[in-house]
Ligand binder design. Structure first.
Ligand code: UGA
Length: 438
């Protein structure tokens, strides 16, 4: 099938690669000429394990190409995927201008029947909006259909998530159109749900909001655990064994960040508000998430005699989660900003997100590895749970620090072992627990 993918962000680029790998002819469009030039040279604008190889293979096999020329890309395709960004506005609503612009461009290039597939995360009603824009702006009376096919990939495991999704959601105006999109996904042999457009759009928001709810629930339990001397790791383990609950997305820590959960939970809250429903539960989820780094900083300050002034603090992990260089809504930004505001000197390390952090914090020191960040520091903070931090030589770290003090915002270490090594160790939801030593 001839496919056009508009937008080469995480969703667009990975979708384009996977469809070309399945044997389709895919043309990926981006209005940013530098990005297109980079991709043509085989350089990736984002860090995603396995992506570069996948792009190269499909470009070499001539199934995948990149262009700025949206008109000819649309004209030559049967299916057009909209994968442009919907960043948050100050109101909490997503910015729909890129989607609207995209719909107008598609309308101008509509030369024969096409299926327009919305893959961007968009509020309920967007399918209708896209259809109306195309209807109003098309130059010829050519037929088309609009489908919603939300994406569930995670940064860091985007290719695997796209090849092996838990489910494929197709929201279509009728079964015939749904079958055309289903055909594209058939080689993946994954469960599919075919529904109407509005329900498909809602499935995406409801899923992300529910996952955010799980995280904020676990974090609230962690806060109580700290107060009563229980161990959140054991509590979550015990809860997760109940098959109705499951243990995924119940890791307590500094809260959720990234480009999706914060944006999508606010957008769903706005949709509820606009429709006269007070989604109090989701509002609380968002509040808990905002509160986690604040509580953490407060705890750090208390343990460091009430102030960070004049202290050197090592920060391990900058990206919003491991295996990505994405800094959008990363907890490190809030933590480092608070430390600096209170007079601390910060030394930070991340395996791949340093270059993306420099413009945000040009005034801090970036180190070559985790050991250099810890050396001479009065405290070490774990912000992102990269695997390489789990395997550090903690005795070496202990001996090189000015004070052996660790604040672990992701619960990656064994408190018993660390305390035995001589550290004062603070974590989330298990700092005061009487942990079993044998
Ligand atoms: C999320 C969803 O997981 C994807 O299914 C969805 O497609 C994507 O949003 C999107 O809407 O595009 P992503 O933001 O890449 O994916 O990252 P996640 O792995 O879901 O992590 C989100 C945040 O939650 C991270 O900050 C992570 O540290 C945090 N988290 C996750 C926790 O604090 N605890 C957990 O147990 C799990």
């Amino acid at each position: 099938m001839n496919i056009c993918v508009i937008g080469t962000g995480y969703v667009g680029l990975v979708t384009g690669c996977v469809f070309s790998d399945l044997g389709n002819d895919v043309i990926c469009v981006d209005k940013n000429p530098e990005k297109v030039a980079m991709l043509r040279r085989g350089e990736m604008p984002i860090y995603e394990p396995g992506l570069e190889e996948l792009v190269k293979r499909n470009v070499d096999d001539k199934r995948l190409s990149f262009t700025e020329d949206v008109a000819s890309a649309v004209e030559n395709s049967e299916v057009v995927f909209i994968c442009v960004g919907t960043p948050p506005l100050p109101s909490g609503d997503p910015d729909m201008s890129f989607i609207q612009e995209c719909a107008k461009t598609i309308a101008a290039s509509l030369n024969r029947y096409k299926v327009i597939v919305n893959k961007s995360t968009v509020p309920v009603g967007t399918g209708d909006m896209v259809r109306e824009i195309i209807e109003t702006n098309r130059r010829r009376p050519v037929d088309f259909d609009v489908v919603s096919n939300p994406e569930f990939l995670r940064e860091g495991s985007a290719i695997k998530d796209t090849l092996e999704p838990d489910r494929i959601v197709i929201g279509a105006p009728n079964k015939l159109v749904a079958m055309k999109i289903l055909e594209l996904y058939a080689p993946l042999e994954r469960p599919m749900i075919i529904t109407d457009v509005a329900s498909a759009e809602m499935i995406k928001y409801a899923s992300n909001a529910f996952l955010a709810t799980k995280i904020s629930f676990a974090n609230s339990i962690a806060n109580i655990c700290d107060a009563v001397g229980a161990d959140v790791i054991q509590v979550i383990k015990g809860m997760g064994m109940d098959q109705r609950i499951g243990s995924a997305f119940l890791n307590a820590g500094l809260g959720y960040g990234g480009s999706c959960f914060p944006k999508d939970s606010s957008a769903l809250l706005r949709t509820a508000e606009k429709n006269g429903f007070d989604f109090a539960l989701l509002r609380a989820v968002i509040e808990v998430n905002k509160d986690m780094p604040i509580r953490f900083i407060d705890r750090m300050r208390t343990a460091m005699d009430g102030s960070f002034k004049g202290k050197t603090i090592g920060v391990l992990g900058l990206a919003f989660k491991p295996n990505t260089d994405d800094m959008r809504d990363a907890k490190s930004v809030e933590i480092i900003a608070s430390l600096l505001a209170d007079g601390a000197t910060v030394k930070a390390y991340d395996p791949i997100a340093i270059e993306n952090t420099r413009p945000i914090f040009p005034q801090i020191t970036y180190t070559k590895n985790a050991y250099d960040a810890a050396e001479g520091a009065d405290a070490l903070v774990i912000v992102t749970e990269w695997n390489e931090f789990k395997l550090l030589n903690m005795e070496k770290i202990h001996d090189s620090m000015a004070k052996p003090l660790i604040f672990d915002g992701r619960n990656i270490y064994d408190p018993v072992k660390l305390r035995r090594t001589g550290f004062e160790y603070h974590c989330v939801g298990r700092t005061t627990a009487q942990l079993l030593t044998r």
